[in-house]
Write a protein that binds this ligand. Structure first.
Ligand SMILES: Cc1cc2nc3c(=O)[nH]c(=O)nc-3n(C[C@H](O)[C@H](O)[C@H](O)COP(=O)(O)OP(=O)(O)OC[C@H]3O[C@@H](n4cnc5c(N)ncnc54)[C@H](O)[C@@H]3O)c2cc1C
Length: 374
């Protein structure tokens, strides 16, 4: 065997999950190769929204706790990444406003605010949710878009998905073997055959190929299933205050980025023919978004984008070792929250692969073995 092609870890897929995994593998000193079929940010991770929004702080569970820990850890990792690479990723904890659309939702917000007191306490008093008459800025959202006020919280953040991807690739340059434009054509036991017929070897292989992960794992774990849910989003050429909070209303996001542009999204399409094309469904999202604030009413659309989110069956992310195959690991299925949790998924799965019991633990519900039991 050619020792140049023998690695401590092979990572398949260079989306947000694969890149963070490579980042922590390099930090652990693992000789790592990352194989990415297309270019950088080619899959779902190449989008433009970048909302980092917590699940509601009620009916608490392991997934919500994992996400909370990930969201509170991210700023320090972003600082580290930015100072290492000199590249900014457009991260800011701007908080979120959710218009209250129905009378009886006021009680729900009060219940969640109580939950936030209990579950969102990294440092006492840091994060909270409350009901308010309106947001801090006029027309953000429009008065008639919030008939019963707004639920306001200060845990949500935003970043630029593409800038983060670029910074991670920059940090990895020179510390791992990065193979962009290289397809993992066949996954065999402890080896991966590439599109050009060459073979990579490793005792540990991590599949983080987004939607393609489910097909790739099927020969080893037919019990594991997942699907793709298409999403469409747009960027508006605004010049708004980047400190404005995210607006999230009835499935529509408005996110002002650090350059003043506003990302809006998104559709959720379980049935679709073309995963990368935008259509009238995006026009409807744009129309609804414009009704939420006069500040974006006439702003030009400067980009339209579509991608397919990987969603593991059962809706929880899929992270950990495949039962009965001690060499095979998976990390995917973050669905709509991947950018807020990918770094913790990565630390947990790399920790599991090198048997580091001090590494963040993978919640039982995320483990492939949980899918085997059901
Ligand atoms: C419209 C839209 C809006 C979204 N908004 C948000 C948001 O605001 N916040 C958020 O957190 N999440 C959001 N998401 C979800 C998020 O983008 C995804 O969950 C995330 O990007 C998934 O990352 P991933 O690394 O698992 O997969 P991907 O980014 O899809 O990466 C998988 C990679 O594997 C590569 N690959 C596949 N097969 C092979 C192979 N055989 N060999 C080599 N490489 C291969 C692909 O080319 C791809 O680059 C949104 C998604 C969409 C579509």
């Amino acid at each position: 065997m050619d020792t140049d092609n023998k690695f401590d870890l092979i990572i398949i897929g260079g989306g947000i999950v694969g890149l963070w995994s490579a980042y922590f593998a390099a930090q652990r000193g693992l000789k790592t190769v990352l194989v990415e079929e297309h270019g950088i940010a080619a899959g779902a991770s190449g989008g433009l929204l970048g909302a980092l929004m917590p699940h509601s702080p009620d009916r608490w569970n392991a997934k919500k706790q994992f996400q909370f820990e990930a969201l509170t850890q991210l700023p320090s990792l972003v600082d580290e990444l930015e100072s290492r690479t000199g590249q900014q990723v457009g991260y800011q904890r701007v908080g979120r406003l959710a218009p209250i659309l129905k009378d009886h939702h006021v009680d729900e917000v009060a219940r969640r605010a109580e939950g936030a007191k209990e579950f969102w306490q990294a440092d006492a008093g840091t994060f909270a949710m409350q009901q308010m008459e309106a947001g801090p800025a006029e027309n953000w959202p429009a008065a008639d878009a919030m008939p019963f006020g707004v639920a306001v919280e200060n845990l949500s953040a935003r970043l630029s998905p593409r800038k983060l991807i670029m910074a991670l690739a920059g940090a990895l340059h020179g510390s791992i073997d990065l193979r962009f434009g290289t397809r993992a054509a066949f996954l065999g036991e402890k080896q991966v055959t590439l599109g050009d017929g060459s073979v990579l070897y490793s005792d540990k292989i991590l599949v983080s190929a987004g939607l393609a992960s489910f097909d790739m794992l099927r020969p080893y774990a037919p019990q594991i299933a997942g699907r793709g849910v298409k999403g469409q989003a747009a960027m508006l050429g605004t010049n708004l205050d980047p400190n404005l909070p995210i607006i999230y209303s009835d499935g529509i996001y408005l996110i002002v980025h650090d350059d003043g542009t506003t990302a809006i999204g998104s559709t959720s399409e379980k049935e679709f023919k073309e995963g990368r094309e935008t259509d009238h469904l995006l026009d409807e999202v744009i129309e609804k978004a414009r009704l939420l604030s006069p500040l974006i009413k006439d702003a030009p659309v400067i980009e339209r984008w579509a991608g397919v989110r990987p969603q593991a069956q059962g809706r929880d992310p899929l992270v950990g070792a495949l039962p009965n195959n001690e060499w095979l690991y998976v990390a995917t299925g973050g669905f709509k929250i991947s950018f807020g949790i990918a770094h913790l998924m990565a630390q947990a799965v790399i920790g599991a692969a090198i048997e580091d019991t001090d590494a963040p633990q993978i919640p039982d519900a995320f483990q492939p073995s949980a899918r085997f039991a059901s």
